[in-house]
Ligand binder design. Structure first.
Ligand SMILES: [Zn+2]
Length: 314
């Protein structure tokens, strides 16, 4: 039933008018900080209607220049693209931005990124704090329907939480049975398009609603404390979160295999490593600039033939 709702939501959001409105919405956010000729790196696919494409159009709308990674998604290519373009903002998943930050420190490659725009998990507080401290940049978050390319809200920069895109969507917090919970209570996020309120998409993520006035002046309610919900493996998430906090750890993949935890770790040589958990299978290897691609890119975009597409050396 939820899948039907998602399909309907996707259909509503894919209409050309709806996409134009999404571009307008993102443009308003970008105007806060983006200047003409700023180069903004977009690390999402650029297919029409997708998040990456909507941000691409918004970047052009403010007179800035969108820069895409192309097919070479290696960490080394990401760093080189950000450096050579003097990128001032980046739109990516939080883990990709965090890795880029570590990479720039390890390789002593200076970056000029002042604004980190994020979509996707995880949005842990330490991660956002680490990003703003490590890169001296302001963080902005988009709220999307879990990889469904539908922008349902964004942060405002003046407070925590994410404003609902109130012109288009309503939001409720519900319990396991779908009953609406009072404001302030943590529960599952349920997004409802105003164009068709019979469509209700219940997300796996949890949050609470805050309707108190925001310092930015926007009247839209905010989703606070967004976190991954019930069917997520919290143990693997916790392990990954701890490992990511180390400067020596570029990338982590923790999964549960047939015989227990499996861990794949990409590290920087010469830096102190964290204490590693007991695993059924563990691979710890040094960053390979020739080949390594952020794990985050892999499951979603299935760039399996990536090494064949390598275009140069770093
Ligand atoms: Zn606000």
């Amino acid at each position: 039933m939820n899948n039907d709702a998602l399909a309907k939501m996707k259909a509503l959001a894919s209409e050309p008018d709806a996409i134009d409105r999404a571009v307008e919405y993102v443009t308003r956010q970008l105007r806060i900080f983006a200047k003409e000729r700023d180069r903004i790196l977009i690390c999402f696919p650029n297919e029409p209607g997708s998040l990456g494409h909507i941000v691409h159009r918004a970047v052009e709308e403010v007179g800035a220049v969108p820069v895409h990674l192309g097919e070479d998604l290696r960490w080394s290519s990401l760093l080189r693209t950000a450096f050579l373009n003097k990128t001032t903002a980046i739109f990516a998943s939080p883990l990709v931005i965090l890795g880029l930050n570590k990479l720039s420190k390890f390789t002593k490659t200076p970056l000029y990124i002042r604004h980190a725009l994020m979509a996707g998990h995880p949005t842990f507080d330490w991660l956002l704090d680490g990003l703003s401290r490590g890169m001296d940049c302001q963080t902005w978050g988009y709220f999307d329907l879990g990889g469904k390319d539908i922008i349902c809200g964004q942060s405002c920069g003046a407070s925590l939480g994410v404003h609902i895109r109130y012109e288009e969507y309503d939001v409720e917090i519900v319990d396991e049975d779908g009953n609406v919970l009072p404001d302030g209570q943590i529960g599952k996020i349920c997004v409802i398009p105003k164009a068709d309120p019979t469509v209700r998409v219940r997300m796996h993520d949890l949050a609470r609603i805050d309707r108190s006035p925001c310092p930015c002046g926007r009247p839209a309610p905010r989703l606070m404390d967004i976190r991954e919900g019930g069917d997520t493996d919290m143990d693997t998430l916790k392990i990954a979160a701890e490992l990511y906090q180390w400067d020596s750890v570029l990338d982590v993949c923790v999964r549960r295999g047939e015989y227990g935890l499996e861990l794949d770790l990409v590290v920087f040589p010469g830096l102190m490593l964290p204490k590693l958990p007991n695993c059924a299978k563990m691979v710890v290897r040094n960053w390979d600039p020739e080949n390594d691609v952020p794990f985050w890119f892999m499951p979603m975009w299935k760039y399996s033939a990536l090494s064949a597409k390598r275009i140069d050396n770093f």
